[in-house]
Design a protein. Structure first.
Length: 285
């Protein structure tokens, strides 16, 4: 028994050594690209601040250390250029370990709070919210020419969550909303998210935030959005290994099923409307 225990301790020590070496290699690789990284960072983010974000993300999810350095840095750079913090309690964005082409890579995902932040920064949206509806809440909505939505949360014993909804208003007085049941959202995740069942996916660790993100995306399909916002949202759920001063210009390297390329036609299109529809209509890959 003593030998078994000693062997287990030795094995654990070896694993820690390997993990430490992987982390060191990633950090060394980032240091070697310091000049290129500095050029690609937005002016509001210093290389020192970016390095702290890198270390924080690695500490929050050690599984990221096993992913390719190029994809990790690509995901970090997307977060930096969009001005969202990944893998922090703010819930603005996530770095997800993702099996892509049989290789462990890092996928960048926006969180619902990051999506809200980008909507406000677009300059068109004056108010945007997402909420859950519990079984004992008073809730009613109506579509058609005179659409309306009314929600009064129960003061106590609200019961389980049964619905999610999102609503937005614009400077010109326009508005829109979307309502989805919990079942619809789960089906949406099952259909569009290859990583939904992963223990590292926010679908598993924080279903509520991903449900709100999904209903927000559906609602924003009908908002008067500018191209810059469309391009920003199109970076959601992507893997990029090339570093550029404008990461939005870099192609997504995620391998997905052909039928999921375009949710409606199955065709690959490149115009802004198609990008918007694909990015706002889909869940997480």
């Amino acid at each position: 028994m003593a030998n078994v225990k000693g062997g287990a301790i030795t094995k654990a020590a070896e694993n820690k050594t390997v993990e430490a070496q992987q982390k060191k290699n990633l950090q060394d690789w980032i240091v070697s690209m310091k000049g290129q990284i500095a050029k690609a960072l937005p002016s509001v983010l210093t290389p020192e601040r970016f390095t702290r974000m890198v270390l924080t993300a690695l500490s929050a999810n050690p599984k990221l250390q096993a992913c390719t350095p190029q994809s990790f840095l690509g995901a970090m750079m997307q977060a930096a250029q969009l001005g969202v913090e990944p893998n922090t309690p703010l819930g603005q964005a996530y770095l997800i370990p993702y099996k892509n082409k049989g290789i462990d890579e890092v996928q960048f995902q926006l969180g619902y709070k990051g999506l809200i932040d980008l909507a406000y920064r677009s300059g068109e949206i004056t108010d945007i919210q997402a909420h859950e509806v519990h079984e004992n809440d008073e809730f009613e909505y109506e579509l058609g020419l005179n659409a309306k939505l009314r929600h009064i949360p129960a003061l106590k014993e609200r019961g389980p969550v049964i619905l999610y909804y999102a609503v937005w208003h614009t400077k010109s007085g326009g508005y829109g909303f979307e309502v989805m049941s919990v079942e619809d959202i789960k089906e949406h995740a099952k259909k569009y998210s290859k990583a939904a069942q992963s223990s590292y996916s926010p679908w598993t660790t924080n279903f509520d935030s991903m449900a709100k993100k999904t209903v927000l995306k559906q609602a924003l399909k009908y908002a008067p959005l500018k191209t810059d916002f469309v391009r920003a949202v199109a970076q959601d759920e992507t893997i990029k290994t090339n570093i550029d001063v404008n990461m939005a210009d870099m192609p997504d390297e995620t391998v997905i099923e052909a039928e999921a390329v375009d949710r409606e036609t199955g065709e690959i299109t490149q115009n802004d409307d198609a990008i918007l529809d694909a990015s706002l209509d889909g869940g997480e890959k």
